[in-house]
Design a protein around this ligand. Structure first.
Ligand SMILES: [Zn+2]
Ligand SMILES: [Zn+2]
Length: 228
């Protein structure tokens, strides 16, 4: 029986779109925004939006084009060249069109099993939520509360409010970035103890096992019942 493979070209297009979008939104509109706006009449915010759109398109594309033939999980194993990658949901090796037809894999019940501390997962999850909430709040404060003076007099009357709102927005976004960075640092606590590459998902449920994407070990959290 022929196995449906994942196509390398879609992984590459998706990665290319993501980096192109990142470059456009951060480098181009960040560094050359003023110059583009003045000399070419291109709005920096438009370019940034377009860049974010491309990044999103890259993610959505890979999600649509990559389907694990064993369990139907999507969006796994994206890489530029072939790497042996296990599906994190069902634990089988993902077949790619440029990889070996049959990769060897140990049977699921004979893989190494690790139990990670639940406390770290909770902390990472809380930091991620707090970070996203702060960033969203900062952006909303900027967009919704900022007064829009129509003439100079109104501007001078509102200048204190404008400064206060600007500061509040910036601090909220910075706090969000700090929370997300802390979450990023702490994810190392969720790494596969065997290879240090794959990650357990902090939102993994009580009796849920995820398989390390690079070595195929079973990752679960401590409060899960022992079932060996
Ligand atoms: Zn799978
Ligand atoms: Zn591993």
């Amino acid at each position: 029986m022929e196995v449906k493979t994942l196509k390398r070209k879609w992984a590459r297009i998706s990665i290319a779109l993501w980096y192109l979008g990142l470059g456009l939104s951060i480098v181009v509109s960040g560094l050359f925004g003023d110059w583009l706006e003045e000399d070419f009449g291109l709005p920096a915010s438009g370019i940034m939006g377009f860049g974010f759109g491309l990044m999103l398109l890259g993610i959505v594309l890979w999600h649509g084009m990559s389907r694990c033939p064993c369990c139907g999980e999507r969006g796994r194993g994206k890489s530029w060249v072939y790497r042996k990658t296990y599906c994190s949901r069902c634990g089988h090796v993902l077949p790619f069109d440029d990889g070996p037809v049959h990769e060897e894999e140990a049977p699921l019940d004979r893989r190494a099993r690790f139990r990670l501390k639940r406390g770290w997962a909770r902390l990472v999850l809380a930091l991620m939520i707090a970070g996203l909430a702060c960033m969203a709040a900062g952006v909303l404060v900027f967009n919704l509360l900022m007064p829009r003076p129509r003439n100079e007099e109104e501007l001078w009357n509102a200048i204190e409010t404008i400064w206060a709102i600007r500061d509040a927005g910036i601090y909220a976004v910075l706090a969000g970035i700090a929370f997300l960075a802390a979450a990023g640092v702490l994810t190392r606590r969720l790494k596969c103890p065997c290879c240090g590459q794959g990650l357990a998902a902090p939102w993994q449920g009580r009796d849920q096992v995820r398989w390390c994407q690079s070595c195929g070990a079973a990752l679960a959290f401590e409060d899960e019942l022992e079932y060996e």
